[in-house]
Write a protein that binds this ligand. Structure first.
Ligand code: GLU
Length: 546
């Protein structure tokens, strides 16, 4: 077969040589050890936690080594693409503080290794595809869907391995005349790789996370270019990561099974393989079983969820870091106030069995993260979130900054600070009682206090209340009310001899608490009375008495 002729027949429009692109995208001039990483998301309109997970790894590896981290849009599958998906991706990454040095941006591309959107690189791929045809390593395949389906059925019936290989590779040995005739006839074709791999062979693949792996060699004549001349993921990934001079390919473990295809292509071109880093899937506990996070069932898989709920990006980073590196939690415990950048992230410390994403733990990390922020920082971030998601509350929240910072600060000092705030949506709910406009009585009054006693407690409370009392004077008065009305002053006395009392001091203070705060669980009541002020407090109690 005259493969030079075949290459011209298939790619008459391609007049460049591979060397042209090798020169256009030279080896990067970076310090020794600098890593070049990327994420290559597809613009499907759904940005998930896995995208961020891999982005954090890539970002850390690159920026810890004075390397380069870039964004490539893998848009070769036009059927899956939705309008606005790239913008959504960019804004999600931006929200989470992922900074790219190069790549696709809102208004085009930035960097010398672009274009960074695969559909715009058609000429690049076809130049290398043409080269493979010339070398006799790629051929056009005219098999229709029906023919492939039929082949699959025959393979199934005969218990043969599925796929396009060996004797099943029907178009492998078409003659040039046959190919010419089919093309003249307008028949569609894809371009396949002519694999010389053997089903019984293994290849060694070094994985940055998993170590050296032995995988089955690729023996399939996989597709390089689809019938519209657009590459498959396999081909595009190899060409791009070579020409963009990627040193570390961080991607999900779903690509591990086809990694031998990629290794084979790198080897065929004589290029150095990047270090593959196949990350684990994110799992969750569902009852007693561990399963993959699912797009359909688990809203927490979507990145947008964290934004809508108002989780701070710092908390998401913080939690993902604990999942990513087994020594991170220990480091954080030793360095509670250090910036995350100080932590030395390594792929060797990454786990290889599914990372468990636990919402309760994440909430806890979020609370801790918010505790590390100043009231003024919280004020600003929460105000920005409210502006987008709850403008009515934002108006109240920003009415008096000093007041708002004060309510944010309640219970945050001291050895055991309260962890009242988890995310902005929850914080909006939590803080609502401080404002008359949003105050509602959410909880019931204690059930062992009769309506008459409740009215009596509140009446006495108002009567003895003195705004200049300090916390302990104030509490002494609550105690007196309890004692006078036969509620045990010590809860444990009531526990021991319930028949002797109507209840305990807890019931009495909860009556006041529900009247003033609307809840049985709240920060220090004396402090709340002082923040909302005597008038507001008295008003709420007057209303509660009726
Ligand atoms: N486009 C691929 C995906 O969205 C990216 C895989 C890679 O990073 O190489 O899964």
């Amino acid at each position: 077969m005259d493969t030079i002729k075949l290459a011209e027949l298939l790619f008459p429009q391609i007049d460049k040589e591979p060397s042209c692109f090798e020169n256009l995208y030279p080896v990067r001039n970076l310090p020794a050890g600098a890593k070049v990483t990327r994420i290559g998301p597809s613009p499907t309109g759904f940005v998930h936690l896995g995208n961020l997970y891999n982005a954090i790894i890539g970002e850390r590896l690159a920026h810890q080594s004075d390397g380069v981290f870039f964004l490539r849009i893998e848009d070769t599958d036009a059927k899956r693409e939705v309008a606005g998906a790239v913008e959504l991706l960019l804004s999600s990454m931006d929200y989470f503080g992922i900074r790219f040095d190069e790549g696709a941006t809102i208004d085009g591309d930035s960097g010398n290794y672009g274009p960074y959107r695969q559909r715009q690189r058609k000429e690049v791929y076809q130049t290398f595809a043409k080269e493979l045809v010339r070398r006799g390593l790629a051929y056009p395949c005219f098999c229709t869907e029906e023919r492939l389906t039929q082949m699959r059925e025959t393979q199934m019936a005969g218990k043969d391995n599925f796929g396009y290989y060996g004797k099943w590779a029907l178009c492998r040995d078409l003659t040039l005349d046959e190919i010419e005739a089919k093309i003249a006839n307008g028949e569609e074709y894809v371009l396949r790789f002519r694999s010389s791999g053997d089903i019984n062979n293994t290849v060694e693949l070094v994985d940055g996370i998993r170590g050296t792996l032995k995988l089955q060699e690729n023996y399939q004549d996989f597709v390089l270019l689809k019938s519209d001349g657009i590459p498959t993921y396999h081909f595009a990934h190899v060409i791009d990561d070579h020409l963009m001079r990627t040193t570390h390919v961080v991607r999900g473990e779903e690509w591990l099974s086809t990694a031998p295809i990629h290794a084979q292509l790198f080897d065929t071109f004589g290029w150095t393989r990047p270090l593959f880093c196949h990350t684990t899937v994110l799992m969750k506990m569902d009852g007693d079983t561990k399963r993959k996070l699912s797009k359909r069932k688990d809203p927490e898989l979507g990145l947008n969820y964290y934004r809508q709920e108002g989780y701070v990006p710092e908390a998401v980073w913080e939690y993902l870091m604990t999942l990513l590196n087994s020594n991170y939690e220990e480091w954080r415990a030793e360095n509670p106030d250090a910036p995350l950048d100080d932590f030395v992230f390594t792929t060797e410390k990454m786990g290889i069995s599914g990372a468990l994403f636990d919402m309760m733990k994440f909430d806890n990390v979020s609370q801790e993260t918010l505790l590390r922020m100043s009231a003024s920082e919280i004020y600003e971030k929460m105000a920005a979130w409210l502006k987008e998601y709850d403008p009515a509350f934002e108006a109240l929240f920003t009415r008096d900054r000093a007041f708002t910072e004060r309510i944010i600060s309640v219970g945050r000092d001291g050895a055991r600070p309260r962890k009242d705030l988890t995310n902005w949506k929850q914080a909006r709910q939590f803080l609502s009682f401080y404002f008359d406009e949003t105050f509602v009585r959410e909880d019931e009054y204690p059930e062992n206090v009769s309506p008459e006693d409740r009215a009596e407690i509140l009446k006495r409370y108002l009567k003895t209340y003195d705004h200049s009392d300090d916390n302990s004077q104030w509490f002494q008065k609550v105690r007196d009310i309890a004692g006078d009305m036969n509620y045990a002053i010590k809860p444990k006395d009531y526990k021991k001899n319930p028949e002797l009392y109507k209840g305990s001091i807890t019931d009495v203070s909860n009556v006041i608490r529900v009247a003033v705060v609307g809840r049985t669980n709240s920060p220090d009541l004396w402090e709340i009375c002082h923040i909302i002020g005597e008038d507001a407090m008295r008003n709420r109690i007057e209303q509660a008495k009726n």
